[in-house]
Design a protein around this ligand. Structure first.
Ligand code: ADP
Length: 492
């Protein structure tokens, strides 16, 4: 990767809620600290909302959906607004990248190479769909030639969108892209740890010309602002990305109002290396699979299955590379791994490292905090792991890999699927038939062959089992934001 340009921390300008096109404080006047994970110090106070603010945002979103200019805007013009937003994000790349680094702790090189371009592409991709989703004419069984039957694709309505802290900008784009393309209005509740880039993108959306009430952003905690959004009777749908335990709560809380729900949740993804793979490439893939974004990735390749005959060679090289990985200031363009997002997340990961040691796994790399200041954790690799251990079954969401040896394709397929999750998987082999066969055996929403963590706005993403409901990205992403209406016309 080319070295990223030097970017310094930008000024935080926006800390309020965006409701009905206006920036406003929380009704309660309360706020909370947002922390820089690389230092543990506060960087801003963001307004802390609760039910009163959610009520205002829902009523603005409802009005915009039903009677505002958005409700009458042509699909092509909606697409143009999305292209404009993509352009403004691209023009403000450095500021947005800097804010993301400051607030999340991820390294600037990755934000410039992955987060910002993927956000821009998501808005362009879905902007392109806006005027291309259409209904069908249906050849009904109509012996008298009496009927004309057709379908329309219509927006779901007011959509509540609750996102996590690991890819704050990208998760916003995955939520807004299909929702806006289909003509919905949205209320975004950013993660309380990382609201800053969403607020700046909210300003850019206003500049792009989205009418008031179409895009609303309400800051606050999950238990208050998020909860009020989930329970609100006038919200038609909740799209959520986060922990499966939160999704269970959301599902229960959304039941009385029977909301439409889509979930993108956790994972414990198997990364399977056969002996006939290019082992050097597989090691690089395993590094990217688990250590990208400090391991705070729902599809992280946290269970690395290695065929026994190449196990030791693989582990040697994997451990060497992990030890050489450059941790440090996320604003340094040469940094490869930044800080974990918060003290809570840091404690949770360090707790799991202790669990691994106690369960009898061997720590061959890392296993310790990296620096005294900030939430940095060494890239950590455990060997002698059994697939039934807690470190191989529970989602750690940090830079911790478990290496598990295997002897046959049948055995590894069973073990790979032995997980409550089914978000992603990867397989490394030079045998094309084995790659396809194995990919078909896996119960996972995405399977990478001889690669890891490749994403595209056009490629559907989502999970089996406890990893979620529905798909984001691609044409499939539009289904979750539209209703199909069937219209029968009597021609007699
Ligand atoms: P994490 O524990 O990693 O922060 P969560 O699933 O708790 O992951 O958080 C993801 C998002 O869900 C955040 O925006 C958070 O505020 C929100 N959230 C947490 N609890 C609730 C809840 N009870 N209802 C609605 N949203 C919630």
């Amino acid at each position: 990767m080319a070295t990223a340009p030097a970017i310094s921390a930008p000024k935080v300008k926006q800390t309020r809620n965006l409701i009905n096109g206006e920036w406003c404080e929380a009704a309660s006047g309360k706020s909370f600290d947002v922390i820089n994970p690389a230092t543990g110090e506060p960087i801003a106070q963001v307004c802390q909302s609760d039910k009163a603010d959610i009520d205002q945002a829902v009523s603005a979103a409802r009005k915009a959906f039903e009677t505002g200019p958005w409700s009458k805007m042509s699909a092509r013009d909606r697409g143009k607004l999305m292209f404009k937003l993509a352009e403004l994000i691209e023009q403000n790349t450095e500021e947005l990248a800097g804010l993301e680094v400051l607030n999340n702790g991820k390294p600037i090189g990755e934000v410039l190479a992955a987060d910002v371009p993927l956000v821009v592409e998501t808005f362009r991709y879905y902007g392109g769909w806006a005027d291309k989703v259409h209904g069908d004419t249906i050849p009904v069984d109509d012996k008298m030639g009496q009927f004309f039957c057709y379908t329309r694709r219509e927006p779901v309505g007011v959509c509540g969108q609750i996102i996590p802290w690991n890819f704050p900008m990208l998760m916003l784009a995955w939520k807004w892209g299909p929702a806006l393309a289909m003509g919905n209005t949205v209320i975004l509740k950013p993660a309380e740890q990382t609201p800053l880039t969403a607020l700046r993108i909210g300003e850019l959306a206003t500049e792009a010309g989205f009418p008031p009430g179409v895009i609303n952003i309400v800051n606050g905690f999950g238990e208050t602002a998020g909860d009020a959004l989930v329970k609100h009777a006038d919200v038609d749908k909740i799209a959520f990305t986060g922990e499966y335990k939160t999704a269970q709560l959301i599902m229960a809380n959304a039941a009385p109002t029977l909301k439409r729900l889509t979930f993108e949740l956790g994972g414990k993804s198997p990364n399977v290396i056969f002996a006939d793979a290019n082992v050097r490439h597989a090691v690089n893939g395993a590094m990217a699979g688990i250590f990208f974004n400090q391991g705070e990735v729902c599809c992280a390749g946290s269970r690395v299955f290695v065929e026994r005959s190449v196990h030791d060679e693989f582990v040697d090289s994997f451990a060497k590379k992990a030890k050489a990985r450059k941790l440090g200031d996320p604003f340094d363009p040469t940094t490869e791994q930044g800080a974990q997002v918060s003290k809570d997340q840091y404690d949770r990961i360090m707790g799991y490292i202790e669990v691994g040691k106690k369960e009898g796994a061997t720590c061959v790399a890392g296993g310790e905090a990296a620096f005294e200041k900030g939430y940095f954790i060494q890239p950590t690799i455990f060997t002698d792991v059994d697939n039934d251990m807690r470190i191989a079954q529970e989602e750690i969401f940090g830079p911790v890999a478990s290496v598990i040896p295997f002897d046959s394709i049948e055995q590894v397929a069973t073990q790979a699927n032995k997980s409550m999750f089914g978000l992603a998987a990867a397989v490394w082999t030079r045998d094309i038939a084995k790659a396809h066969n194995f990919a078909h055996l896996l119960r996972a929403g995405t399977v990478w062959v001889n690669c890891y963590n490749t994403f595209d706005a056009g490629a559907p993403f989502g999970g089996y089992k406890f990893s979620g409901h529905g798909r984001e990205n691609g044409k499939a992403g539009l289904d979750a934001y539209s209703e199909t209406k069937t219209i029968w016309i009597s021609l007699k």
